[in-house]
Write a protein that binds this ligand. Structure first.
Ligand SMILES: Nc1ncnc2c1ncn2[C@@H]1O[C@H](COP(=O)(O)OP(=O)(O)OP(=O)(O)O)[C@@H](O)[C@H]1O
Ligand SMILES: [Mg+2]
Length: 256
């Protein structure tokens, strides 16, 4: 099966001073798949996402998105190309309402074009888009609530809505379930899966919960000390001796 590659990195490196946070990473992500990036704390997962989304520039190497070199493109351009991302630390505006948060995020696309952004019809489009997104993530009833008043699980849904607002093709989700009560995790994961399947989207997920990773992923890349340690399907990763030694051993009991 040779489906289209949406993201590719070529010898991607990022150094911070003497520390190599991302070490010569070559990865191919197939379109419309669920691709997890796992690895211990400090493995370089968030730095890797920052490189893909244009939040930081690599020391060397390339980022290719849909065949186009986007290595030196800033975030507002990558959003325009269809890359959406979440942050490990919450990115919502606590003193704005749920609706206002999503509307601002939906304006990210139009902000590239000042005239379009200013026109009244564009404003209406953003409002319509905001309702569509709020429905999608199940927060339409909460539209007028201040974001800071939302329970934690709903805040994570709001973040998902903010990523979806500009209608990205690929979603980079950095620990979307972090800090959630474990009984709330399946609902958020099911929502992400639904969005991926129904919208023909590619999801890249950084996640520490191995049960989640093993159950949702089409492909898993394991990072260790900045480099790719292994890549494969959940079954291949679970059976990989290097992965078991470096990472999974003791953390995850393999019962696939
Ligand atoms: N801006 C920065 N300046 C200096 N060092 C950094 C910076 N960002 C990350 N690092 C270092 O790079 C390495 C990789 O960090 P990164 O946050 O990418 O890991 P991670 O895999 O996301 O970890 P976690 O699972 O804890 O989120 C770590 O050693 C970290 O301390
Ligand atoms: Mg991280």
């Amino acid at each position: 099966m040779d489906s289209e590659i949406i993201f590719e990195t070529i010898n991607l490196c990022k150094e911070f001073g003497g520390l190599v946070a991302v070490d010569n990473v070559n990865i191919k992500v197939r379109k419309n798949t669920f691709h997890a990036i796992i690895g211990p704390n400090g493995a370089g997962k968030t730095t890797f996402f920052n490189l893909l989304s244009g939040n930081i520039e690599p020391t060397s190497g390339k980022v290719i998105y849909k065949g186009r070199d986007i290595t030196h493109q800033p975030v507002y351009r990558t959003i325009h190309f269809g890359v959406g991302r979440s942050f490990q630390i919450s990115n919502i505006f606590p003193n704005l309402t749920v609706f206002e948060n999503v509307r601002l995020a939906s304006q990210a696309l139009g902000a590239d074009n000042f005239k379009f952004w200013r026109s009244a019809s564009a404003f209406k489009q953003y409002e319509e888009r905001t309702w569509v997104v709020l429905k999608r993530v199940g927060l339409q009833e909460r539209a007028n609530v201040f974001a800071r008043m939302l329970p934690h699980g709903d805040q994570r849904k709001l973040e998902l809505g903010m990523i979806l607002a500009p209608d990205p093709e690929v979603l980079l989700l950095d620990e979307p379930t972090a800090g959630m009560a474990s009984e709330q995790v399946p609902e958020l994961i099911a929502l992400i899966q639904e969005i991926q399947k129904a919208g023909d989207k590619t999801v890249m997920l950084v996640e520490h919960n191995m049960n989640v990773v093993m159950s949702v992923s089409d492909q898993i890349t394991v990072m260790h000390q900045g480099a790719v340690l292994a890549e494969g399907t959940p079954a291949q990763i679970a059976a990989n001796k290097d992965v078991q030694t470096a990472y999974l051993g003791g953390l995850y009991h393999l019962n696939l």
